[in-house]
Design a protein around this ligand. Structure first.
Ligand code: ADP
Ligand code: MG
Length: 607
């Protein structure tokens, strides 16, 4: 009787299966374990993680390192992926023309239209208005309220105000007749005077109606069709906000500019196409499909996208001791997304959603130096180590231990850097493919669209449901159900949208309502995994026909996701395919496929 271990080193996760092999050669898998991969996949730093995972697996069944007679490593697929985001539009306001602004606590209610005037000028003017008063931080709110009231009693019409400090509510509360007031306009000195302006504030929980509609802005300011076109970016930026101010200046302009991000050249086996990144994801993916099967993808040197390609080729070249010129980018996934961006030339640092393209790229080289890793392991822990088999084949073998599966079947390995698929037909022949874009890409999209700039938080939002803490004693989950608590929740959670992470509710500092965050999260998953599942299955299915695959089993970390399997199942059901999360050996769920496959393949080959 001997003990052996199967080890799968992935880009994110290192997984181990510990097995006892009896004298007849029958394997019995005793335990499994997993740790985060240390270092880039294929480097000798991985050894640390492998040893850690082995120790965990052994300890679980009371074994020690010296009990092991063999370690089997995967012949890791030599692919690494990288993700990047390229902004392709930006909003520029020249001469501070029309602005949108959405402070936290505006004052008053409704729409006010008039000409901009300072508080000082209001004291002396003889013209009745209507006026929109521009208020700097030189007076406190009491004085401001008194001066406005004095103006009104002189017969002036004050229809709204724009305020520098966060004083709108304090001022409104002191007026006889409330008017809409927008505050926190940091660059108040840039507000042009003597110009037509409109201020709109909606009731709590509601969104403005007029200033978010280009035709209402056109009506208020008497705009030509040409000018109306120009206000579209502003109207769009103001959709869903609670308050806004728009000012018209004679020569002001808002432009939505396209930013050149470089172009991509797709070299296929039979044809070649080129596409500009700023044309957007749809255009890029159409060309990818057109040129497929791809041989190589190149990017224009000296551009944003060129820089990204250069980066992953250099990393891969270092890793494998090859010249950069030998490394080829073999697949890309492009996804349209939106990115909050500071509006250039704005009055209060406003943001608008600019268009962006998310790109995942994947390079492939000849072989990762897993042999080196095996030698390093032998050196460190003195256990014979060798390469046990090709990752894609081992994954299929492992997945076939799922109850209810038989060939012809395919697996989709939903990892962090790449989406891999393999197919086994009735004759036992295996084909496989690796595509750019997986879990890391989803995290990047969530991070970008919510403007978090915090990958760890984005990862939490990706893998956990949300809830709204409505009182200290109850929260409403995103599915609408209500949960009550006997002990009060922490006060800092009150009124907040929270992520229900393993360590407890994490409050989000995001203005978007819960439903919007859910929508962004689900769209990110769909855009990456539904598209890649179809792309992958089309490539490995007999004659490209997905209907000829009877079963699809999902494996890998992203198959653990609480909504991705359902999304993939929803599209594949249309092809008559049985789709589900794998359940390796009937106990592991979608984890441990490759490690299990390594053990099974070995005992088969020996006995
Ligand atoms: P690899 O084989 O490349 O090492 P994995 O199979 O470990 O990768 O998959 C890593 C991906 O799985 C990451 O993008 C991670 O966010 C995702 N992931 C891990 N656990 C979960 C989970 N519980 N829910 C959703 N996604 C998960
Ligand atoms: Mg993997």
């Amino acid at each position: 009787m001997t003990y052996i271990a199967g080890v799968d080193v992935g880009n994110n996760t290192t997984e181990v299966a510990i097995a006892r092999v009896d004298t007849a050669g029958k394997p019995d898998i005793l335990s499994s374990s997993l740790v985060r991969t240390m270092g880039i996949k294929g480097t000798i730093r991985n050894a640390l993680g492998v040893i850690d995972a082995l120790d965990k697996g052994l300890a679980a069944v009371g074994l020690e390192r010296k009990d092991l007679s063999l370690i089997l490593l995967n012949e890791a697929t030599p692919v690494i992926g990288d993700v990047a985001m390229e902004t392709i539009t930006e909003t520029v306001i020249t001469e501070s023309a029309m602005i949108g602004h959405n402070p936290g606590t505006p004052g008053g209610l409704g729409l006010g239209v008039g000409t901009t005037i300072t508080l000082d000028q209001l004291e002396s003017t003889q013209l009745p208005g209507p006026w929109i008063v521009v208020i700097s931080d030189q007076f406190d709110f009491k004085e401001v309220a008194e001066r406005l009231t004095r103006g009104v009693s002189r017969g002036l019409i004050v229809s709204g105000a724009i305020v520098k400090k966060d004083d709108a509510v304090l001022i409104t509360n002191r007026l006889h007749r409330s008017v809409p007031i927008v505050d926190e306009v940091s660059h108040i000195d840039r507000v042009p005077l003597g110009m037509p302006a409109a201020v709109e504030v909606a009731g709590q929980g509601k969104a403005i109606e007029k200033l978010s509609n280009p035709y209402d802005i056109a009506t208020l300011f008497d705009l030509t069709p040409e000018e109306t076109k120009q206000v579209v970016p502003i109207a769009r930026a103001l959709m869903g906000t609670r308050s806004a101010v728009v000012i018209k200046t004679p020569r002001g302009e808002i432009e939505e500019r396209r930013i050149p991000a470089g172009s991509i050249v797709l070299l296929g086996e039979v044809r070649k196409e080129s596409v500009k990144v700023e044309e957007g994801a749809e255009a890029i993916m159409q060309k990818v499909a057109l040129v497929s099967p791809l041989v190589e993808i190149q990017a224009e040197a000296g551009t944003h996208v060129g820089g990204m390609f250069e980066h992953i080729r250099t990393v891969m070249a270092d890793l494998t001791d090859q010249p950069v010129s030998a490394i080829q980018v073999q697949d890309i996934l492009a996804v349209d997304t939106l990115k909050p961006q500071r509006v250039l030339g704005s009055l209060a640092g406003e943001y608008s959603m600019g268009n962006a393209v998310g790109l995942a790229a994947m390079v492939r080289t000849h072989k990762l130096p897993m042999q080196r890793l095996a030698r390093k392991l032998e050196e460190e822990i003195s256990i014979p180590s060798s390469i046990g088999g090709v990752e894609a084949e081992m994954a299929i073998r492992g997945a076939l231990t799922t109850p209810g599966l038989k060939p012809p079947m395919a697996i989709l390995d939903l990892g962090g850097g790449s989406t891999d698929a393999s197919m086994i037909n009735e004759a036992g022949h295996i084909t496989s493919i690796h595509l750019a874009g997986a879990g890391d890409m989803v995290t990047l999209l969530i991070d970008t669209e919510l403007g978090l700039d915090d990958r760890d938080l984005a990862e939490k939002i990706k893998v956990n449901p949300l809830a709204k803490v409505e009182t200290l004693f109850h929260m409403r989950h995103e599915d609408g159900s209500v949960q009550f608590f006997n002990e009060p929740l922490e006060p800092r959670l009150f009124g907040r949208v929270v992520v229900l992470a393993g360590e407890g509710p994490v409050p989000l500092d995001i203005k978007e309502p819960l439903s919007k965050i859910v929508q962004i999260r689900q769209n990110a998953k769909r855009k990456v995994f539904v598209r890649n599942s179809l792309r992958a299955l089309e490539r490995i299915a007999p004659a490209g026909n997905i209907r000829l695959i009877s079963f699809v089993a999902l494996v890998g970390g992203s198959a653990l996701d609480f909504e991705i399997p359902r999304m993939i199942s929803d599209v594949l059901v249309e092809y008559g395919v049985v789709t589900g999360r794998a359940n390796i050996r009937g106990v592991e769920g979608p984890r441990n496929a490759v490690a299990t496959g390594l053990v099974l393949a070995h005992v088969n080959s020996v006995h």
